[in-house]
Design a protein around this ligand. Structure first.
Ligand code: NAP
Length: 447
């Protein structure tokens, strides 16, 4: 297979590298990332209190240590190098760029101060350099989270966690300080459909309910299954949906309100407008009714509206891939159009250009889902073969000539060690650098 560039060193990029190395031990795989740090979503997306999920980096470290694998960080496609330049120097190029931007709700008031995407909030508390300037109002009586997927659960959990629960993790101390300085008394989590259609996995909601001082509540009429959902649940036998519906139902009922924070799950509530003058004040929602459309349960507006108070709004309604210069992009799906992983442009399949992960299939599935997905693209790469061999010179020198400071795996190990040492001083797993220049400085200091 010769020489392959994988653009993006997150989960799907590492799994692509692994599949390539397994398919051809003689292949040279260069993992190229715009950040000086690898691991993409595992570093910047997975919640800091989910260290077990983050331990997957051990497997990525083993892949990076393979003789045929190199890491080149601090190189951005579209800024430092172009897709055509990469295709001239590599036999094949794999885009593993994920879905970095948030899907919008598309309702009035969405851009008011105090209204953010969950993507921004997650990236901020995880120390991503691009999001450190966000100023989230965190001392509010009421916050609203839109969506009932696992990202909604992550941000809700972070909003209501006592600081001592988060302190030992790798949440940035800046974010933890801001979270600790304010209190969120109530977090209202809005599902536009019912409990049986919630996208979160049961243990994510149960984890929130298990936090000391947090009360997960639901109203009787919103927990009750409507006839369409009850019939669907019976027919589908979906265990996750059943467990979610049962757990939600178990949260109905009056409780002594000694809780520090309440999480109100609001079902059949579709946001129609974010209200406020100079900052968010409330979310106007429309009550929905559920009906069966084929094998899908869909929400229809009922014309009944309600205002839910909110000093902070976080929309967790999905992600989109960011368009890249010179790379085909589907505006409707927010993905890179492809056929089995080969990128497809207006004139058909683009020779030697492939895609994996969320950029290929959309923002679905768990981290491990990317393994089979990347292997499928690599199978397609083997099948099509490279159209024309890359030119002979090692691209490492060319990459180094394009940036002020190329970050190799050895450089990253220095950043990694410095972050762990900073964390040790603060009795945390690690204290991340939150600026690219800080990471580059840590490499220079160690040399
Ligand atoms: P998701 O699972 O697709 O959930 C998105 C949610 O947003 C759904 O409840 C959806 O409702 C709702 N929604 C979409 N558009 C909306 C709108 N205009 N108004 C109101 N609600 C709207 O997406 P995600 O939470 O971003 O997660 C992405 C993937 O990462 C998932 O596969 C997830 O499991 C995974 N993940 C896993 C973990 C973990 O394992 N701990 C953590 C985070 C993320 P409808 O169903 O009605 O469309």
């Amino acid at each position: 297979m010769g020489r392959v560039a994988v653009i993006g060193a997150g989960p799907s990029g590492f799994y692509a590298a692994q599949a390539l190395l397994q398919a051809d031990p003689a292949v040279q795989v260069d993992l190229i990332d715009r950040m000086p740090a690898p691991f993409g979503l595992v570093r910047s997306g997975v919640a800091p209190d989910h260290q077990k999920i983050k331990s997957v980096v051990k497997a990525y470290e083993r892949i990076a240590a393979s003789p045929g694998c190199r890491f080149f960080g601090n190189v951005a496609l579209g800024r430092d190098v172009s897709i055509d330049e990469l295709l001239a120097r590599y036999d094949q190029v794999v885009l593993a760029v994920g879905a970095q931007t948030a899907r919008k709700m598309g309702i009035p008031g969405e851009d008011l101060p105090g209204s953010f995407s969950a993507t921004e909030f997650v990236a901020w508390y995880n120390g991503h350099p691009d999001y450190q300037d966000r100023s989230f109002p965190l001392d509010v009586s009421d916050a609203v989270v839109v969506g009932v997927g696992n990202v909604a659960m992550d941000v809700t959990r972070i909003l209501v966690s006592p600081p001592e629960r988060l302190h030992p993790t790798d949440i940035t101390s800046g974010a933890l300080g801001r979270l600790a300085a304010g209190r969120r008394e109530r977090v209202h989590v809005l599902g536009r459909r019912g409990p049986a259609q919630a996208a979160f996995t049961p243990k994510e909601l149960q984890e929130i309910a298990a936090i000391d001082g947090v009360d997960v509540r639901v109203r009787d009429d919103e927990a009750a299954l409507d006839p369409a959902s009850a019939a669907w649940l019976e027919a589908s036998g979906d265990r996750m949906a059943r467990e979610n519906a049962e757990f939600v139902a178990s949260r109905v009922g009056a409780r002594a309100s000694t809780a520090r924070s309440e999480v109100w799950l609001r079902f059949c509530r579709s946001p129609v407008e974010i209200l406020g003058d100079d900052r968010v004040r409330a979310v106007r929602v429309e009550k929905t009714a559920l009906i069966a459309e084929g094998d899908r349960i869909v929400a229809r507006g009922t014309g009944v509206f309600e205002e839910i108070p909110a000093g902070l709004v976080l929309a967790a309604v999905g992600y989109l891939t960011v368009p890249l210069p010179g790379v085909p992009y589907d505006e409707v799906t927010g993905r890179i159009p492809n056929d089995g992983g080969q990128v497809v442009g207006p004139d058909g399949p683009v020779p030697d250009l492939f895609v994996v992960g969320w950029a290929k299939r959309g923002p679905t599935g768990l981290i491990g889902t990317n393994r089979a997905d990347s292997a499928a693209t690599v199978a397609r790469m083997l099948e099509t073969g490279a159209r024309r061999p890359a030119d002979g010179a090692d691209p490492a020198d060319w990459l180094a000539s394009r940036v002020d400071q190329l970050v190799t795996w050895r450089c990253w190990q220095k950043v990694d060690a410095a972050e762990v040492a900073r964390g040790r001083d603060a009795e945390k797993i690690r204290e991340k650098f939150t600026a690219i220049e800080e990471m580059l400085g840590a490499v220079r200091d160690a040399e």
